[in-house]
Design a protein around this ligand. Structure first.
Ligand code: DGL
Length: 262
């Protein structure tokens, strides 16, 4: 069981931001990544749809013999992880907007959260936000269109700059000092966001925390791979292979990218 892969899925290529953290933090683990680009974006879909797609991805990762599943998508986590955990026996790791560290450290008491509609309207997000944001103003903005542009490979495009500026401007006007990226696609936007935001705004994403938690849960379940060999990494997409490859171009961890129907 220990030698089986860590399964990771996202609505598309964005969850590779999480895969990168995991493959570096756990170098002896094997991983299988599913990019459900054919069905992206999840953020506009109904909760029932998001649950059905999350089940489909989980079934595929189980068929591929994974020992644990990382839901590398905030939208799928906040809408479907409860159902996944109650349906399947293996452990699931989720990703949620990292509102807690932002709320603990903000000095202006104003925190921005950029996420999908599906995440911001979920019960799980509302609950987490309620627990940590007493006396703090949270400026929530839906990143409509951002996932689509990233999936089309238009990260550093004029459309992206215009759209991002329009979403971030109201947060700057409110004097935020923390910006929480509540979607696993958005870490790819950090270089552009850094141009829009002043240095006093800290950007937080959840990638490293998810990798840490994955190690903790593997360990607690006696599932850590004890092999001293470097892990293998197979990434699959039901969308455009070239777009997924281009996201990983500068990546130093050896991996393969292929097409898969799921
Ligand atoms: N990467 C997904 C997330 O973290 C994107 C959601 C979408 O497909 O809209 O929420």
């Amino acid at each position: 069981m220990q030698h089986q892969a860590i399964g990771i899925f996202d609505s598309g290529i964005g969850g590779t931001s999480i895969w990168k953290e995991i493959s570096v933090a756990l170098p002896n683990e094997n991983t299988i990544y599913l990019a459900d680009s054919k069905n992206a974006p999840y953020g506009k879909r109904s909760k029932d749809d998001i649950i059905a797609l999350s089940i489909k991805n989980t079934e595929k990762l189980l068929e591929l013999n994974c020992k644990i599943i990382v839901v590398a998508c905030n939208t799928a986590t906040t809408n479907a992880i409860k159902v996944l955990r109650s349906t399947y026996d293996i452990p699931f790791i989720g990703i949620e907007p990292a509102i807690k560290p932002a709320a603990l450290h903000t000095k202006t008491k104003k925190v921005g959260v950029l996420a999908t509609k599906g995440t911001l309207s979920s019960e799980l997000f509302a609950k987490t936000s309620d627990v940590y944001t007493n006396n703090i103003e949270v400026i929530e903005v839906i990143g409509t269109g951002l996932v689509e542009l990233i999936e089309e490979g238009k990260i550093d495009s004029p459309e992206m700059h215009t759209l991002l500026t329009s979403y971030i401007k109201p947060m700057i006007e409110k004097d935020i000092d923390y910006l929480v990226l509540g979607c696993s696609h958005y870490p790819y936007l950090i270089p552009i966001l850094r141009k829009i935001l002043s240095d006093k705004v800290t950007i937080i994403d959840s990638g490293e925390a998810v990798a840490r938690q994955t190690r903790v849960i593997l360990d607690a379940n006696h599932l850590l791979n004890s092999s001293s060999k470097t892990g293998t990494h197979n990434l699959y997409t039901n969308g455009d292979v070239h777009t997924l490859k281009s996201m990983l171009r500068s990546n130093t961890v050896a991996h393969t990218v292929s097409s898969l129907d799921f």
